[in-house]
Design a protein around this ligand. Structure first.
Ligand code: UD1
Length: 341
């Protein structure tokens, strides 16, 4: 139900009207989920976070939100929560470690695939029509061309990416059969922290590059392993498209408005359209933190493409979205701000 209080929002020069919504954020205590929740609250929406706290952090739950400690695999609790009357679901709860997904596909099937089926069925049973889903650039696999646009072939290289692509297919079928409307947001490499320092929860046992560098700078790890320096790139290390989580959060707001106003679904890439190498990130991190950040070059990590960059033209065209915080300095300094205690 649309609330009468329309808010004028300004997304970096693109103004739009947003209606206050009641939003059910599944996985809202996690790293990306807490930033998305922060963005939704800042825009005047009411938020309920549903999270099993397997990787979420208590300090990521803002006092303004309602919190339900629940698992997506617990259908009874999920359905009961879903029946409270939500305008939309934001679905971020997933296992996301690429390496682990290759070792334990059973775990990823149950959590990511079965969990999706429960969420979609609970939405249908409770009459919730709109969902914003965290997909991934991992659905594309090894790039046959860059920058990668949404028409690029879908050929995931790892089981994690496979689960994300299967979920997109479920969404398309539930749209056809049940009238659901979805936004599938294909994130490239999410990084950074809220620049105002309002999100402070650290990821436990991180595997992604920037938190690993920060743990090394903070002395939690002895050294960073650079997975290969013999790639055909400008300095031999892999190039990725790092996108700030607050930019991702803004895209969720715009995507929810889009699918509700147009009553149509949407699949878009979210990236900065800028490639940064592992070495460039490490050197910028040394400069910003003032720490030595010891490193060793190790073998390539299986399945790592040499270079991945996004075309975000579709998100710009349809949503008026543009990355504002995704330069290397903002990504690194906002992250160091929470690791430098
Ligand atoms: C992968 C997925 C991405 C997903 C993300 C979630 C692919 C192609 N990409 O990103 O879609 O959203 O995981 O976790 O499947 N690196 C090191 N040392 C480290 C850690 C990383 O050198 O200790 C290097 C990696 O080799 C890579 C880069 O840093 O070149 C980024 O790695 P990572 O942060 O793990 O993300 P991706 O694997 O690119």
């Amino acid at each position: 139900m649309l609330r009468p209080s329309a808010l004028m929002l300004d997304f970096g020069g693109v103004s739009c009207i947003s209606y206050s919504m009641r939003i059910f954020v599944i996985g809202g205590a996690g790293y990306i989920g807490s930033h998305v929740t922060r963005g939704l609250l800042d825009a005047g929406h009411q938020v309920c976070v549903y999270d099993n706290m397997s990787s979420g952090a208590k300090e990521n739950i803002f006092p303004e939100t309602r919190f339900i400690h629940g698992d997506i695999l617990d259908y009874t609790t999920l359905l009961e929560a879903m029946r409270e009357g939500w305008d939309a679901v934001v679905y971020l709860a997933a296992l996301k470690a690429v390496g682990e997904s290759m070792l334990y596909p059973e775990k990823y099937s149950v959590n990511n695939i079965n969990g999706t089926v429960y969420i979609l069925n609970a939405m249908c049973a409770a009459g919730v029509k709109y969902i914003c889903f965290s997909s991934s650039a991992a659905v594309y696999g090894q790039p046959v061309r860059t920058p990668i646009d949404e028409e690029h072939p879908l050929n995931p290289e790892n089981f994690y990416g496979f689960t994300k692509l299967e979920i997109e297919r479920f969404l398309a079928w539930y749209e056809r059969l049940k009238g659901l409307r979805y936004a599938s947001l294909r994130y490239f490499n999410a990084a950074g922290y809220d620049t105002a320092g309002r999100v402070r929860g650290l990821e436990r046992n991180p595997a992604n590059l920037l938190p690993v560098i920060m743990e090394t700078a903070a002395g939690i790890r002895p050294r960073l392993q650079i997975f290969g320096a013999d790639y055909p790139t400008r300095d031999g290390t892999c190039i990725r498209d790092y996108i700030h989580v607050s930019d991702l959060a803004q895209a969720h707001l715009l995507a929810l408005n889009f699918i509700r106003e147009k009553d149509e679904s949407l699949t878009v890439n979210l990236g900065s359209e800028t490639g940064l190498s592992v070495r460039e990130i490490v050197e910028a991190s040394r400069r910003i933190t003032g720490k030595p950040i010891p490193e060793e070059i190790t073998a390539r990590r299986p399945g790592d493409p040499a270079a991945l960059t996004a075309s975000a033209a579709k998100a710009k065209r349809l949503l008026g979205w543009k990355a504002r915080y995704s330069d290397a300095d903002t990504l690194i300094s906002s992250t160091w701000n929470v690791y430098n205690l």
